[in-house]
Design a protein around this ligand. Sequence first.
Ligand SMILES: NC(=O)c1ccc[n+]([C@@H]2O[C@H](COP(=O)([O-])OP(=O)(O)OC[C@H]3O[C@@H](n4cnc5c(N)ncnc54)[C@H](O)[C@@H]3O)[C@@H](O)[C@H]2O)c1
Length: 350
Amino acid sequence: MTANLNIVPFVSVDHMMKLVLAIGVDQFLVDLADYIEEDFRRWELFDKTPRIASHSMDGVIELMPTSDGQLYGFKYVNGHPKNTREGLQTVTAFGVLADVGSGYPMLLSEMTILTALRTAATSAVAAKYLAPKDARCMAIIGNGAQSEFQAIAFKALLGVDRLRLYDIDAEASHRCAKNLAGFGFDIKICASAQEAVEGAEIITTVTADKRSATILTDNMVGWGVHINAVGGDCPGKTELHRDILLRSSIFVEYPPQTRIEGESQQLDADHPIIELWQVMTGKTAGRTNTRQITLFDSVGFAIEDFSALRYVRDQLQRTGLYGELDLLADPDEPRDLFGMLLRAEKAAVA
Ligand SMILES: NC(=O)c1ccc[n+]([C@@H]2O[C@H](COP(=O)([O-])OP(=O)(O)OC[C@H]3O[C@@H](n4cnc5c(N)ncnc54)[C@H](O)[C@@H]3O)[C@@H](O)[C@H]2O)c1
């Protein structure tokens, strides 16, 4: 990689697509899941804060920072469910990784694609610990931008190969099924969420709506399933009926954020929730019996983005898939920033 600290590697959308395709999307998800697990296992040493959210009528813009003491990372991400009606993405993102020692940025990366990958990898990691053993069949309710990534991550990490798709927009389900052709799934497009969950051992909800929706009602959820609830990730934006939560063992990323943003916002502030990192490190049990309903109340936490940026950084040298950004001013004498400006003016005139 570049030796000049003032030049920052930049991974564009084009680079990211080339990187994912070069590694293979399923291998990328498996590798990324390893990085995420590695960071969850050292959870306690990270700086942690609920993300900083700026809400508006139509959506939210969020900043998600964290640090492990060596590296600092943050992601800028939005969530605007109405955007797709205007030909725009619901979620877009970019992120930065920086050196804590100097404070200098080390990487600037697109994170729209990377967010879909890291969200799916995190879901699959959680399911590895929580889903019924040997689960093969997953319902995916909400078949938009995140959905194929979820499907491929669950296949790559857990061996899920039967999908039951439902979306209020049937076109979205057909597009998802078409995109997944060739990935080895047996896919059924369903006419309702009720039909989609029939026979599914894992239920993924990944819809976008800026309100408290009820994608799943209590009677739709049988004993023993694992629910991967991805779409409810903002205050006032949930997907599950509260009664489901009352029957479930609830696993979360970072409680102070999830209690504000996740399905858990529907519960009393002291309702028991279990931190996923504690399950991964063996401090707490995950699934303990076959009748238990396990619920991953996913909202997306900064450490997952940090892991994703770390993973991307580690691929750069080998692949060369990055550009170079002239992002940081570099005067010959560090304190002579103004002099650098004057010299540039002289050079322009000459
Ligand atoms: N937990 C996380 O880490 C995380 C990360 C990324 C995105 N998200 C959230 O996931 C959700 C999906 O994101 P996306 O980028 O795929 O959005 P998207 O807009 O591309 O797709 C959402 C899909 O949900 C469908 N839908 C809406 N209401 C529905 C309903 N009642 N029943 C069935 N389908 C319904 C829409 O028709 C659309 O196809 C968003 O709410 C987003 O904020 C969460």
